[in-house]
Design a protein around this ligand. Structure first.
Ligand code: FAD
Length: 436
């Protein structure tokens, strides 16, 4: 009997630059490709937020639909199952007599724990993993992971000094090994629609990448990236990166190709610079494990906080006394995306003006952002709250100055109605819960 391999798909929903698929295409085996939708993603967590909000759900289903179609063209079936991943995979591995499980290595501790739990229940099965979410493999890093620099700048300098050139691997095989179980009906009959420019899927991601690098936008990226509005002002790769519809290496190589054709400048370099931020947060998350989610972070310092569900609700809805923050939160709620500058302003407001526990803000972003990424989200929140990798120990953005600089004519605030439901006072109740 042929070897039976199960490919546990997670945040690697692509065909190209997917070493696992490339390797599988050369194997003499029977193959089962599985993605599990965990019902816990749609239930409230400790922070009263659902890990998967509507925008992220749409993007996921679009991505799975595209992958399902591509996999079908390669003679395979994408199985989309529902349930607790540990139970679903353990049962399937046993029922189908799986010999080997392959998966993309996970950055987040909770995802790692699920894999460890399945491994412990399937002791005779071989588990093989590949890091498919980072630019570099761990052995390519010019330091031991335990000695990861404590700040981004030394990390970047050390990485850049290695001079390692990156390459991405297109998928060239015509077929994948045959499925263990044939699916009579495709799991997703129609992709969900939406008028967002951020459409999920590996083809949509590659199309966006091609369009971006066939324009002149990379040459002005550094000048425009901090704008609050405008699709073209930053790359918008993050959502496809979060689901692994495209890889960071594919983008890095596309910047190299663009530079070879059009010349390098500070802006083209800055796209790579930002991808290195992403990379830094990934290795940082692996390094600090659960401390990525703790109030005091790795720094073990406590930000000032007060407990106020009312303030938090106002921040989420966009009805604080700060029109710019309100506009940002309304854009986030309506679209599932806000720019980096907007994220910094909204996060700084929650931590500094509202003095709330930063983890509630991070959990809300996790729910709302299409591009939610465990390392980038919690890492950036810790940075702003002053418990993460910021050598300056926290960031406080002056809301008046930010408004003057990034929305001098009030266009962004008007577009997202930041002045509507803008409560002049922060609190409706005093410390003894009496109406103010
Ligand atoms: C509070 C807060 C929360 C954030 N949460 C997330 C998140 O959940 N997922 C996420 O991908 N990014 C997150 N970021 C980082 C950043 O805001 C987004 O990556 C960026 O806005 C996405 O838009 P873009 O693709 O147009 O970025 P560009 O400016 O075009 O950057 C190119 C790529 O570089 C990476 N990148 C850029 N800035 C950062 C950064 N500060 N940290 C890590 N990677 C970066 C992203 O992969 C991005 O796609 C967060 C930032 C803050 C301040």
């Amino acid at each position: 009997m042929k070897k039976r391999i199960l490919y546990w798909l997670q945040n690697d929903l692509r065909i190209d630059d997917n070493p696992i698929l490339n390797d599988l295409s050369q194997q003499q085996c029977e193959l089962d490709i599985v993605f599990v939708i965990n019902p816990a993603w749609f239930k409230s967590n400790n922070y009263q937020q659902k890990p998967y909000g509507v925008h992220k759900q749409r993007f996921l289903m679009q991505s799975l639909y595209e992958l399902q179609e591509s996999v079908l063209g390669l003679g395979q079936t994408l199985h989309i199952l529902e349930g607790d991943p540990v139970k679903v995979f353990t049962q399937r591995i046993n029922e189908l007599g799986i010999d080997e499980v392959v998966y993309s290595e996970q950055i987040g501790v909770y995802e790692q724990r699920q894999i460890t739990a399945v491994k412990s229940k399937c002791a005779t099965v071989v588990f093989k993993s590949v890091m498919q979410d980072t630019l570099y493999q761990q052995q390519q890093l010019p330091f031991e992971l335990a000695d990861l620099p404590t700040g981004f700048t030394p990390f970047r300098k050390k990485i850049e000094a290695t001079g390692i050139s990156l390459s991405s691997v297109p998928f060239s095989a015509k077929r994948l090994p045959p499925p263990i179980i044939l699916c009579a009906k495709q799991p997703i009959s129609e992709p969900p629609t939406g008028n967002s420019l951020l459409q999920g899927g590996h083809k949509a991601g590659l199309t966006h990448c091609l369009q971006y690098f066939s324009s002149a936008l990379p040459s002005s990226y550094k000048i425009t990236r901090n704008e609050l509005d405008g699709f073209d002002n930053s790359t918008k790769f993050s959502s496809w990166l979060a689901f692994g519809c495209i890889s960071a290496k594919q983008i890095f190589c596309a910047v190299d190709a663009y530079e070879a054709q059009h010349g390098e400048n500070e802006s083209t370099y800055w796209i790579k610079f930002e991808l290195l931020w992403r990379e830094y947060f990934k290795w940082h998350a692996i390094n600090v494990k659960h401390q990525l989610f703790t109030f005091k972070g790795k720094k073990q310092s406590s930000p000032l906080t007060t407990f106020s569900p009312n303030r938090f609700a106002k921040w989420c809805q966009g009805s604080t006394p700060y029109p710019l923050v309100n506009a940002i939160m309304k854009e986030l709620n309506a679209t599932g995306f806000i720019t980096n500058r907007s994220r910094q302003i909204a996060a700084s407001c929650l931590v500094n003006e509202l003095q709330l526990d930063w983890r509630y803000g991070a959990a809300y972003f996790e729910q709302q952002l299409i591009d939610y990424d465990v390392a980038a989200n919690w890492g950036n929140w810790q940075y702003i709250a002053g418990v993460g990798v910021d050598p300056r120990g926290g960031r406080h953005f002056n809301l008046q100055k930010q408004t003057q600089q990034y929305d001098p004519h009030g266009e962004y605030i008007a577009k997202w109605q930041g002045n509507e439901h803008c409560d002049a006072q922060l609190d409706d109740l005093d410390a003894a819960d009496w109406p103010v």
